[in-house]
Design a protein around this ligand. Sequence first.
Ligand code: PHE
Length: 447
Amino acid sequence: MEKEKKDRGQWASSLGFIMATAGSAIGLGNLWKFPYLAGQNGGGAFVIVYILIVIFVGFTIMLGEITLGRATGLNALGAYRKLNKKFAWVGGAGILAAFTILGYYNAVGGWVIKYIVQFVTGGVSGDSAVFFGEFISSPIEPIIWALVFALATAFIVWKGISGGIEKYSKVLMPALFVLLIVVVIRSVTLPGAGAGLEYYLKPDFSKLTPAAIVAALGQVFFSLSLGMGCMITYGSYLSKDENIEKDAFIVPLMDTSAALLAGFAILPAVFAFGFEPGVGPSLMFITLPSVFAAMPLGAVFGLLFFILVLFAAITSSISLLEVCTAYFIDEFKWSRTKATLVLSCAIFVLTILSSLAMGPMANVLIFGKNFFDLLDFIASNILLPVGGLMMCIFIGYFWGIDNAVAEISQNGKFAFRLKGFWTVLVKYIAPIAVGIVFLNMLGIIKF
Ligand code: PHE
């Protein structure tokens, strides 16, 4: 029993939980995806829609998931199964999503480490598009960097909840915000930054297509780490003294601030040096190095920027691994050491395949997608929205709002001010919004 408890673990403090949870949320989704999505989908208009979805859907599901975790003290699958056997598969799908996402997240984490090393040894010289293309398509090198990233992730998870995840998040998260603000100040004070600021802040609603709204919703799920049992898992290490309504408010606030700041760090600089904001995924790995190369002291700012990206990525990858680890500790009584080791190796098989999909295996297409894009599509576009939708249905109509409210307020110990608002959101607004967007994405309804 003692050993089991030790393998499971608990947060040592409320601040530690908030830092770890914000660490999970703030990741490549904020720094890499958000700025280019805003760049492609109308700048300010996208930002407004994004914020609305965070408030109405993100907050709702975040609070729901933390509640399920704390109420049961179990991993994603165990939590659902304890409350209602018929819903166990929802938790299972979440664990599968974590496994899948970490498969390709490791690869991108490896790219980030490569860029850090590159900036230390003199920056990305020459044509950054050629540099990036040659690097990610080579067969061995990206896999080695991904391995370094995966090992760092495994090490922190192996150290446990308070001695690993919490300890590192408490240092890395504040450091990330400091570095981000330094880069933002550099970016917005560049001559010519004004055009970027205008683009970012002035909404162009004509670009706000249904596809942009779908992208915003998917991005909220991904960025807040929702729909895959991550918040259930992290919530399961909480004590009953924690005011989780407050946490479900603070974490999305921190995550959205980080995303907005990332836009301020990237878009003005991109405009100042005459680049295109809407180039898509290559914005961070191709456009930014050229921006840094053109900037005074660019090597220093480039290095700082990619270090902050690494901090963000690693506090997210540990949460993905922890979702899987917790399942094997709870359900199969594995030790933490065995769970992290076996799972990291299994996930790394996906990482190798996703890395090869950028080069030698680029022509191997499944449903018209290479392996990397396939993993991202299955997880972000199918598993996460289904997980979020089912969570709302489960809490709203099966487990019951009353049980959830009792858990959140600890039977009246905490005020739960947003009770009425949250109830309406969980039962109606969030599931309907997610359902419509999901059906649209699958092509079943068109608007
Ligand atoms: N939220 C993380 C990011 O923004 C990614 C992530 C998704 C982490 C799902 C955990 C769970 O990069």
